[in-house]
Design a protein around this ligand. Structure first.
Ligand code: ARG
Length: 265
């Protein structure tokens, strides 16, 4: 069961970079999340912090020079539903300090998936159009979007990142944790068949590593053998955080790509 409280939780973030000439998905050569570790500054160059009046609400992911993708549920409260109240931060590392790499944007248009459903969390995806294009660098860079045919195989280890709750309250330092992609039928059974084809589960049977409140909308990113990172999912929901047999549930990007590409064109 998903409680009302969890349903009400809010997170954002997906930056969209479009255009064939824009590079994507490469980390700079560098060396909350429950059960994770501090990331290194610049390690996740597509991570966005979506804020309202100076407060981090959700994660997001840069996917093109003017586009960030996040979760629709971040905007479902009517007080959060208008584009103009949001500020998007890129190149951010600490929540309580300004990094020299950090840049901020206003949101000129906010799109929620037309099939988004609050109760089931189905189609939990939103696109934010930024007021000006971001200057791409090694420290601020879009993640690669998969092709519709891209297979993210069960068992693959991917990474989630965010400033969400470590236990209670948020994290100051951007956190990272690895999670394993879970077979659809196993997850579906664990969640009494509330897992739709637009959802993808990741985590561990024993729990312990997971996204949590404040991570919503942030990326589930998988590294391909080419060294590029692809967006597999968006932090969407889960029962509690990091509980045994209750995986994190993510919006399955390959299933909402059609709407994303149409909206950005
Ligand atoms: N709905 C939560 C939020 O908006 C995210 C929950 C993700 N939960 C999880 N156990 N993976 O912050």
């Amino acid at each position: 069961m998903v409680t009302g409280r969890e349903r009400a939780c809010v997170l954002i973030s997906l930056f969209v970079f479009s255009g064939a000439s824009v590079d994507c998905g490469l980390q700079a050569p560098l060396s909350r999340i429950v059960g994770g570790a501090n990331s290194v500054e610049g390690e996740w160059p597509w991570q966005a912090s979506l804020q309202v009046r100076g407060r981090h609400i959700c994660g997001g992911t840069l996917i093109a020079d003017r586009w960030v993708v996040s979760a629709a549920h971040c905007f479902q409260d009517e007080r959060l539903a208008s584009a103009s109240i949001w500020t998007v931060y890129l190149g951010k590392y600490l929540q309580n300090a300004t990094s020299h790499t950090e840049v901020s944007f206003k949101v000129i248009r906010l799109f929620l998936h037309p099939y988004y459903e609050e109760d089931s969390h189905d189609y939990d995806v939103a696109l934010l159009q930024l007021d000006h294009p971001v200057i791409i660098s090694t420290l601020i860079q879009p993640i690669c979007l998969p092709a519709p045919s891209h297979l993210f195989e069960p068992g693959l280890h991917c990474w989630i990142t965010g400033w969400g709750a470590l236990k209670e309250g948020g994290s100051n330092v951007l956190q990272k944790v690895d999670v394993q992609l879970i077979q659809q039928d196993i997850c579906s059974e664990a969640y009494h068949y509330m897992v739709s084809p637009r959802m993808l589960c990741a985590g561990y049977h024993k729990g312990k590593k997971d996204a949590c409140q404040g991570d919503s909308g942030g990326p589930l990113a998988c590294k391909e053998p080419s060294g590029r990172w692809f967006l597999a999912g968006l932090v969407s929901w889960g029962m509690g955080c990091a509980h045994p047999n209750h995986y994190g549930v993510y919006t399955r990007i390959t299933q909402v790509l059609g709407w994303m590409n149409q909206t950005m064109s």
